[in-house]
Design a protein around this ligand. Structure first.
Ligand SMILES: [Zn+2]
Length: 268
Protein backbone atom coordinates (compact mmCIF):
# COMPACT_ATOMS: atom_id res chain seq x y z
CA UNK A 1 0.00 0.00 0.00
CA UNK A 2 1.47 3.37 -1.01
CA UNK A 3 1.35 6.59 0.97
CA UNK A 4 -1.71 7.91 -0.87
CA UNK A 5 -3.66 4.70 -0.23
CA UNK A 6 -2.69 4.73 3.44
CA UNK A 7 -3.87 8.35 3.78
CA UNK A 8 -7.15 7.56 1.94
CA UNK A 9 -7.78 4.61 4.26
CA UNK A 10 -7.03 6.75 7.33
CA UNK A 11 -9.42 9.45 6.08
CA UNK A 12 -12.18 6.89 5.47
CA UNK A 13 -11.76 5.40 8.95
CA UNK A 14 -11.98 8.88 10.47
CA UNK A 15 -15.20 9.70 8.55
CA UNK A 16 -16.79 6.37 9.53
CA UNK A 17 -16.00 7.02 13.19
CA UNK A 18 -16.98 10.69 13.29
CA UNK A 19 -20.21 10.40 11.31
CA UNK A 20 -21.37 6.94 12.39
CA UNK A 21 -25.12 6.40 12.09
CA UNK A 22 -26.99 5.76 15.36
CA UNK A 23 -27.88 2.05 15.69
CA UNK A 24 -31.63 2.68 16.09
CA UNK A 25 -31.78 4.88 12.97
CA UNK A 26 -29.82 2.37 10.89
CA UNK A 27 -31.95 -0.56 12.04
CA UNK A 28 -35.16 1.31 11.29
CA UNK A 29 -33.90 2.16 7.80
CA UNK A 30 -32.79 -1.34 6.82
CA UNK A 31 -35.85 -2.94 8.42
CA UNK A 32 -37.97 -0.73 6.14
CA UNK A 33 -36.45 -2.16 2.96
CA UNK A 34 -37.80 -5.61 2.02
CA UNK A 35 -34.96 -6.52 -0.34
CA UNK A 36 -32.35 -6.23 2.41
CA UNK A 37 -33.95 -9.02 4.48
CA UNK A 38 -31.77 -11.67 2.78
CA UNK A 39 -28.50 -9.74 3.12
CA UNK A 40 -25.86 -11.24 5.41
CA UNK A 41 -24.68 -9.29 8.49
CA UNK A 42 -21.30 -8.75 6.77
CA UNK A 43 -22.96 -7.24 3.69
CA UNK A 44 -25.18 -5.03 5.84
CA UNK A 45 -22.14 -3.84 7.82
CA UNK A 46 -20.45 -2.86 4.57
CA UNK A 47 -23.63 -1.17 3.37
CA UNK A 48 -23.74 0.85 6.58
CA UNK A 49 -20.21 2.10 5.94
CA UNK A 50 -20.96 3.02 2.33
CA UNK A 51 -24.12 4.80 3.49
CA UNK A 52 -22.09 6.96 5.89
CA UNK A 53 -19.53 7.76 3.18
CA UNK A 54 -22.35 8.63 0.77
CA UNK A 55 -23.99 10.95 3.30
CA UNK A 56 -20.68 12.73 3.91
CA UNK A 57 -20.12 13.23 0.20
CA UNK A 58 -23.63 14.23 -0.96
CA UNK A 59 -26.29 16.67 0.16
CA UNK A 60 -29.88 15.40 0.29
CA UNK A 61 -32.36 18.27 0.23
CA UNK A 62 -36.10 18.68 -0.06
CA UNK A 63 -37.78 20.62 -2.89
CA UNK A 64 -40.86 22.82 -2.48
CA UNK A 65 -40.66 22.66 1.31
CA UNK A 66 -40.45 18.86 1.58
CA UNK A 67 -38.91 18.01 4.96
CA UNK A 68 -36.09 15.46 4.75
CA UNK A 69 -35.98 13.67 8.10
CA UNK A 70 -32.93 11.69 9.33
CA UNK A 71 -34.80 8.46 8.48
CA UNK A 72 -35.58 9.62 4.93
CA UNK A 73 -31.94 10.69 4.42
CA UNK A 74 -30.74 7.31 5.65
CA UNK A 75 -33.25 5.37 3.54
CA UNK A 76 -32.22 7.20 0.38
CA UNK A 77 -28.49 6.93 1.10
CA UNK A 78 -28.70 3.22 2.02
CA UNK A 79 -30.34 2.40 -1.31
CA UNK A 80 -27.99 4.66 -3.28
CA UNK A 81 -25.08 2.85 -1.60
CA UNK A 82 -26.19 -0.58 -2.86
CA UNK A 83 -24.81 -0.34 -6.44
CA UNK A 84 -21.48 1.02 -5.13
CA UNK A 85 -21.13 -1.43 -2.26
CA UNK A 86 -17.93 -2.88 -3.74
CA UNK A 87 -16.93 -0.28 -6.34
CA UNK A 88 -17.04 2.72 -4.00
CA UNK A 89 -18.01 6.39 -4.27
CA UNK A 90 -15.83 7.01 -7.34
CA UNK A 91 -18.79 5.72 -9.35
CA UNK A 92 -20.80 8.71 -8.13
CA UNK A 93 -18.26 11.34 -9.17
CA UNK A 94 -19.31 14.62 -10.76
CA UNK A 95 -22.35 15.56 -8.71
CA UNK A 96 -23.07 16.45 -5.10
CA UNK A 97 -26.82 16.79 -4.69
CA UNK A 98 -29.89 14.62 -4.32
CA UNK A 99 -33.22 16.47 -4.41
CA UNK A 100 -36.43 14.95 -3.05
CA UNK A 101 -39.95 15.95 -4.00
CA UNK A 102 -42.81 14.77 -1.79
CA UNK A 103 -44.44 12.99 -4.77
CA UNK A 104 -44.04 12.55 -8.52
CA UNK A 105 -42.85 15.79 -10.11
CA UNK A 106 -42.48 17.68 -13.38
CA UNK A 107 -38.90 17.50 -14.61
CA UNK A 108 -37.10 20.84 -14.55
CA UNK A 109 -35.03 19.62 -17.53
CA UNK A 110 -35.50 21.30 -20.90
CA UNK A 111 -34.64 19.83 -24.29
CA UNK A 112 -34.21 21.25 -27.75
CA UNK A 113 -35.82 19.76 -30.84
CA UNK A 114 -34.29 19.61 -34.32
CA UNK A 115 -35.60 23.14 -35.10
CA UNK A 116 -33.99 24.62 -32.00
CA UNK A 117 -37.26 25.01 -30.10
CA UNK A 118 -36.87 24.43 -26.35
CA UNK A 119 -39.42 22.14 -24.67
CA UNK A 120 -40.21 21.04 -21.14
CA UNK A 121 -42.10 17.78 -20.54
CA UNK A 122 -45.18 18.13 -18.36
CA UNK A 123 -45.80 14.47 -17.40
CA UNK A 124 -45.06 13.80 -13.70
CA UNK A 125 -42.08 11.44 -13.21
CA UNK A 126 -40.72 9.42 -10.26
CA UNK A 127 -37.06 10.23 -10.68
CA UNK A 128 -34.45 11.75 -12.90
CA UNK A 129 -30.67 11.67 -13.09
CA UNK A 130 -29.53 14.96 -14.62
CA UNK A 131 -26.32 14.80 -16.69
CA UNK A 132 -23.58 16.51 -14.64
CA UNK A 133 -26.31 17.55 -12.20
CA UNK A 134 -28.35 16.25 -9.29
CA UNK A 135 -30.38 13.09 -8.88
CA UNK A 136 -34.03 14.04 -8.35
CA UNK A 137 -36.45 11.60 -6.72
CA UNK A 138 -40.07 11.35 -5.63
CA UNK A 139 -40.32 10.39 -1.98
CA UNK A 140 -43.73 8.85 -2.61
CA UNK A 141 -42.17 6.38 -5.05
CA UNK A 142 -39.37 5.54 -2.63
CA UNK A 143 -41.90 5.02 0.15
CA UNK A 144 -44.03 2.73 -2.04
CA UNK A 145 -41.14 0.22 -2.12
CA UNK A 146 -40.76 0.06 1.68
CA UNK A 147 -42.61 -2.39 3.93
CA UNK A 148 -44.89 0.46 5.06
CA UNK A 149 -45.63 1.46 1.47
CA UNK A 150 -46.29 -2.13 0.38
CA UNK A 151 -48.68 -2.65 3.30
CA UNK A 152 -50.87 0.05 1.78
CA UNK A 153 -51.00 -1.88 -1.52
CA UNK A 154 -51.38 -5.57 -0.53
CA UNK A 155 -52.84 -6.54 -3.91
CA UNK A 156 -50.01 -4.96 -5.85
CA UNK A 157 -48.49 -7.58 -8.15
CA UNK A 158 -46.47 -5.17 -10.26
CA UNK A 159 -42.83 -6.05 -11.04
CA UNK A 160 -40.43 -5.23 -8.19
CA UNK A 161 -38.84 -1.83 -8.73
CA UNK A 162 -36.55 0.58 -6.94
CA UNK A 163 -36.43 4.16 -8.15
CA UNK A 164 -33.29 5.03 -6.15
CA UNK A 165 -31.23 2.19 -7.64
CA UNK A 166 -32.66 3.01 -11.08
CA UNK A 167 -31.59 6.65 -11.09
CA UNK A 168 -28.19 5.94 -9.59
CA UNK A 169 -27.59 3.26 -12.23
CA UNK A 170 -28.16 6.03 -14.81
CA UNK A 171 -25.53 8.11 -12.97
CA UNK A 172 -23.03 5.24 -13.30
CA UNK A 173 -23.95 4.93 -16.99
CA UNK A 174 -23.33 8.69 -17.45
CA UNK A 175 -19.78 8.51 -16.11
CA UNK A 176 -18.48 8.18 -19.67
CA UNK A 177 -21.03 10.35 -21.50
CA UNK A 178 -24.73 10.01 -22.29
CA UNK A 179 -26.81 7.31 -20.58
CA UNK A 180 -26.78 4.66 -23.30
CA UNK A 181 -26.39 1.33 -21.49
CA UNK A 182 -22.61 1.41 -21.90
CA UNK A 183 -21.13 2.39 -18.53
CA UNK A 184 -17.37 2.36 -17.90
CA UNK A 185 -16.38 -1.23 -17.20
CA UNK A 186 -14.32 -2.65 -14.34
CA UNK A 187 -11.48 -5.13 -14.97
CA UNK A 188 -12.75 -8.49 -16.20
CA UNK A 189 -15.27 -7.09 -18.69
CA UNK A 190 -14.66 -6.01 -22.26
CA UNK A 191 -16.94 -3.59 -24.15
CA UNK A 192 -17.80 -6.37 -26.61
CA UNK A 193 -18.83 -8.88 -23.93
CA UNK A 194 -20.85 -6.15 -22.22
CA UNK A 195 -22.59 -4.94 -25.36
CA UNK A 196 -23.27 -8.41 -26.80
CA UNK A 197 -24.75 -9.76 -23.56
CA UNK A 198 -26.82 -6.68 -22.74
CA UNK A 199 -28.16 -6.23 -26.26
CA UNK A 200 -29.03 -9.93 -26.68
CA UNK A 201 -31.18 -9.71 -23.55
CA UNK A 202 -32.59 -6.30 -24.55
CA UNK A 203 -33.74 -7.52 -27.97
CA UNK A 204 -35.18 -10.66 -26.40
CA UNK A 205 -37.11 -8.52 -23.91
CA UNK A 206 -38.38 -6.19 -26.66
CA UNK A 207 -39.69 -9.26 -28.54
CA UNK A 208 -41.22 -11.16 -25.60
CA UNK A 209 -41.57 -8.68 -22.72
CA UNK A 210 -45.34 -8.94 -22.43
CA UNK A 211 -45.33 -12.73 -21.80
CA UNK A 212 -44.54 -14.77 -18.68
CA UNK A 213 -41.97 -14.91 -17.11
CA UNK A 214 -40.88 -11.53 -18.48
CA UNK A 215 -43.75 -9.83 -16.71
CA UNK A 216 -41.51 -9.93 -13.62
CA UNK A 217 -39.58 -7.11 -15.32
CA UNK A 218 -40.86 -3.52 -15.49
CA UNK A 219 -41.94 -3.00 -19.14
CA UNK A 220 -40.18 0.36 -19.08
CA UNK A 221 -37.01 -1.70 -19.68
CA UNK A 222 -38.05 -1.89 -23.34
CA UNK A 223 -37.76 1.92 -23.82
CA UNK A 224 -34.05 1.88 -24.72
CA UNK A 225 -30.77 0.09 -23.85
CA UNK A 226 -30.15 2.79 -21.19
CA UNK A 227 -33.49 2.07 -19.48
CA UNK A 228 -32.95 -1.67 -19.86
CA UNK A 229 -29.61 -1.37 -18.05
CA UNK A 230 -31.20 0.70 -15.24
CA UNK A 231 -34.34 -1.45 -14.83
CA UNK A 232 -32.30 -4.67 -14.82
CA UNK A 233 -30.02 -3.09 -12.19
CA UNK A 234 -33.11 -2.67 -10.01
CA UNK A 235 -34.03 -6.31 -10.56
CA UNK A 236 -30.46 -7.49 -9.93
CA UNK A 237 -30.54 -6.07 -6.41
CA UNK A 238 -34.24 -6.20 -5.51
CA UNK A 239 -35.28 -9.55 -7.02
CA UNK A 240 -32.03 -11.37 -7.98
CA UNK A 241 -33.75 -14.78 -8.20
CA UNK A 242 -36.05 -13.45 -10.92
CA UNK A 243 -33.20 -11.99 -12.89
CA UNK A 244 -31.04 -15.10 -12.57
CA UNK A 245 -33.81 -17.35 -13.82
CA UNK A 246 -34.85 -15.09 -16.75
CA UNK A 247 -31.44 -13.81 -17.88
CA UNK A 248 -28.68 -15.98 -16.33
CA UNK A 249 -25.93 -14.66 -18.63
CA UNK A 250 -26.88 -11.07 -17.92
CA UNK A 251 -27.06 -11.86 -14.21
CA UNK A 252 -23.45 -13.12 -14.28
CA UNK A 253 -22.42 -10.03 -16.25
CA UNK A 254 -23.98 -7.72 -13.65
CA UNK A 255 -22.34 -9.72 -10.88
CA UNK A 256 -18.93 -9.02 -12.38
CA UNK A 257 -19.90 -5.41 -13.10
CA UNK A 258 -21.16 -4.56 -9.61
CA UNK A 259 -18.58 -6.83 -7.97
CA UNK A 260 -21.00 -8.91 -5.90
CA UNK A 261 -24.42 -10.47 -5.78
CA UNK A 262 -26.75 -11.30 -2.95
CA UNK A 263 -27.08 -14.82 -4.38
CA UNK A 264 -23.40 -15.53 -4.78
CA UNK A 265 -21.44 -13.21 -2.49
CA UNK A 266 -18.60 -11.12 -3.73
CA UNK A 267 -17.37 -11.62 -7.27
CA UNK A 268 -13.88 -10.20 -6.96
ZN1 LIG B 1 -34.61 5.68 -16.38
Amino acid sequence: MNLYERFARFKTRRILKRYALPDALWQEAINSLPFLSCWTPAMLARLREQTVLFLCDKTIGGAQGFCVTPLIRTLVAAQAAVPILVRGLGWYAGFKTVILYSSDFISPAEWEDEWGIVHQDNEPILGEAMPAGPVILSWQSIHNATHAGKALMPEDDLPPTNVVIHEFAHKIDMLNGDADGNPPLPPGLTPQIWRDTLMEAYHDFCAHGTKAPYRAIDPYAGESPAEFFAVLSELFFVAPDNMQSIYPKLFDLYKTFYGFSVLGGRDQ
